[in-house]
Design a protein around this ligand. Structure first.
Ligand code: FAD
Ligand code: NAI
Length: 475
């Protein structure tokens, strides 16, 4: 007889493993199935985020930023270094260690919370009495049943037609995190989040990086005042960014990749690079799930169709994270995973998409929450804007990192904060204050009245709030 669980989670990325832990905390017998393998064939839970996404990319961003600081910024502090070098193999092996620590951490959390972990691929067999039968294809082929099923199977990188990933020269995020030596010439197609983060890593280490973007606007979803400031900084650092291109063909030769494209003026251009990262978005992953067996509905993009509560078209089948609509972010997946577990327990959780923060971990970092100025204009909403540059912030000056600003947008009448947009040092950390403020529907004046430590970068958020009312103190 197959093992029976109250909740079976398919996928052990941030959506799935967190849903499993929360379900177990709520008293459900819970299983989590994940198929990711480490290089020894063992389990590596954590999904894209832990294995080839958030965590390894941030490890390489950190290493390459240290290298860049050592090569450029240290001299200003009076620190001299001769014969600076980068050991790429060591940098990659450190990254792998960080990944493994996270994999192991999740296995430990499963044990701690009494989540039964299955290493293998989960697929629907049929609806069974009061639930669903799920086959697990792994080292041991088994079959389990769950009263509730939570699907958290994530997403895969989208390839360019006619240019499949070989992970040697044409790279997805996976290959981009494993380049064994600094390429002389690196091409990147897509100036989105991955393109800018991975392009930054390899540029800092010495690659000549050219980023080709299809849209005419740089970071179109980002507040354009912030995007322009970031663009200026990236170009100054040496990233070549071409907007409004149309990719014609990608040809992989023996040692190089040639990209033929029309530039914004319509001229035909040929770019030859040693490695090409293709980062043009991701597609929801339902491969191998056997969704047809139970009639699970997908939309035209291949995402699992869900309602506002992540409920699919099938009773007691839920889906969260990258495999459903909404931003493809680890913390969004986690929030949905927790909410679904709580909903199964009869609670009434709510995921507020308007307060999901975004961060791009470049230097300067870019972070935002809520609406952009262009969105408010398009809506015809009356708003007030306040900005404060890091140039006028004492801590930023002491750190020697004064690029960028904090920008706050508030309702013209009620003063409620509608959006906060940051480009600059530690924007990823600073944005948390704005998220809290917006969750509590704070006004700009609320932030302006709160005592912020001095000297700290967070004083810039307070000053931006003061600027909404045209009364900055330090600018
Ligand atoms: P995933 O993390 O993709 O996990 C899905 C898991 O399910 C995988 O382990 C997969 O093997 C498993 N699986 C799939 N099908 C089956 C099956 N049938 N049976 C068993 N297991 C299955 N987001 C951020 O918020 N911050 C960042 O800094 C960030 N950086 C990123 C950097 C890169 C390079 C990339 C590619 C992504 C990044 N993301 C970041 C996005 C983030 O990784 C995803 O939004 C997040 O991982 C989605 O979580 P998930 O649980 O939905 O899916
Ligand atoms: P993206 O959606 O961020 O950017 C893709 C870019 O490619 C867009 O600017 C798009 O206009 C462009 N593009 C699409 N097709 C093109 C074509 N044919 N030619 C030229 N340009 C083209 O996608 P990306 O960078 O692949 O990342 C996928 C997702 O992963 C992100 O949207 C994000 O959700 C997540 N992610 C999050 C990170 C973070 O939170 N820091 C880091 C990395 C990824």
């Amino acid at each position: 007889m197959s093992q029976q669980f109250d909740v079976v989670v398919i996928g052990g990325g941030p959506g799935g493993y967190v849903a499993a832990i929360r379900a177990a905390q709520l008293g459900f017998s819970t299983a989590c199935i994940d198929e990711w393998k480490n290089d020894k064939g063992g389990p590596a839970p954590g999904g894209t985020c832990t294995n080839v996404g958030c965590i390894p990319s941030k490890a390489l961003l950190q290493s390459s930023e240290h290298f860049e600081h050592a090569g450029h910024a240290f001299a200003d502090h009076g620190i001299g270094l001769d014969n600076l070098s980068i050991d790429v193999a060591k940098m990659l092996s450190r990254k792998d260690t960080v990944v493994k620590q996270n994999n192991d951490g999740i296995l430990y959390l499963f044990k701690k919370n009494k989540v039964t972990f299955f290493h293998g691929r989960g697929s629907f067999v049929k609806s069974a009495d009061g639930g669903y039968e799920i086959a697990v294809a792994g080292a041991a082929n088994e079959s389990i049943t769950g009263k509730h099923i939570i699907i958290a199977t994530g997403s895969n990188a989208r390839s360019l037609p006619g240019a499949p990933f070989d992970e040697q020269k044409i790279l997805s995020n996976d290959g981009a995190l494993r380049i064994g030596a600094v390429p002389k010439r690196l091409g990147v197609i897509g100036s989105g989040v991955i393109g800018l983060e991975m392009g930054s890593v390899w540029r800092r280490l010495g690659a000549e990086v050219t980023v080709l973007e299809g849209l005419p606007t740089f970071l179109g979803a980002v507040d354009q005042q912030i995007a322009k400031e970031a663009h200026k900084a990236f170009v100054k650092q040496g990233l070549k960014i071409e907007l409004g291109v149309k990719i014609d063909k990608v040809t992989s030769g023996k040692s190089a990749v040639t990209v033929t494209y029309a530039n914004a003026n319509g001229d035909a251009v040929k770019l030859e690079v040693d490695k090409l990262i293709v980062s043009i978005g991701r597609v929801p992953n339902t491969i191998g799930l056997n969704a047809e067996a139970v009639g699970l509905k997908l939309d035209e993009r291949g995402a699992i169709t869900v309602d506002d509560h992540c409920h699919t078209n099938l009773p007691n089948v839920w889906a969260v994270g990258d495999v459903v609509r909404g931003p493809m972010l680890a913390h969004k997946a986690e929030e949905e995973g927790v909410a679904v577990a709580e909903r199964i327990a009869g609670q009434h959780p709510h995921v507020n998409f308007n307060t999901v923060p975004w961060v791009i971990y470049t230097s300067p970092e870019i972070a935002w929450v809520g609406q952009t100025e262009q969105q408010l204009k398009a809506e015809g909403r009356e708003y007030k804007a306040g900005t404060f540059p890091f140039m006028a912030n004492g801590r930023a000056r002491a750190m020697g990192d004064t690029t960028g600003m904090v920008k706050m947008l508030a309702d013209a009448t009620t003063d409620e904060i509608l959006g906060v947009h940051i480009v600059g040092p530690f924007a990823s950390e600073l944005i948390a204050e704005a998220v809290v403020a917006m969750e509590f529907r704070a006004s700009a004046e609320d932030i302006a009245r709160i005592c912020h430590a001095h000297p700290s970068l967070s004083e810039s958020t307070k000053e931006a709030a003061l600027a909404v009312d045209k009364r900055t103190l330090n600018f």
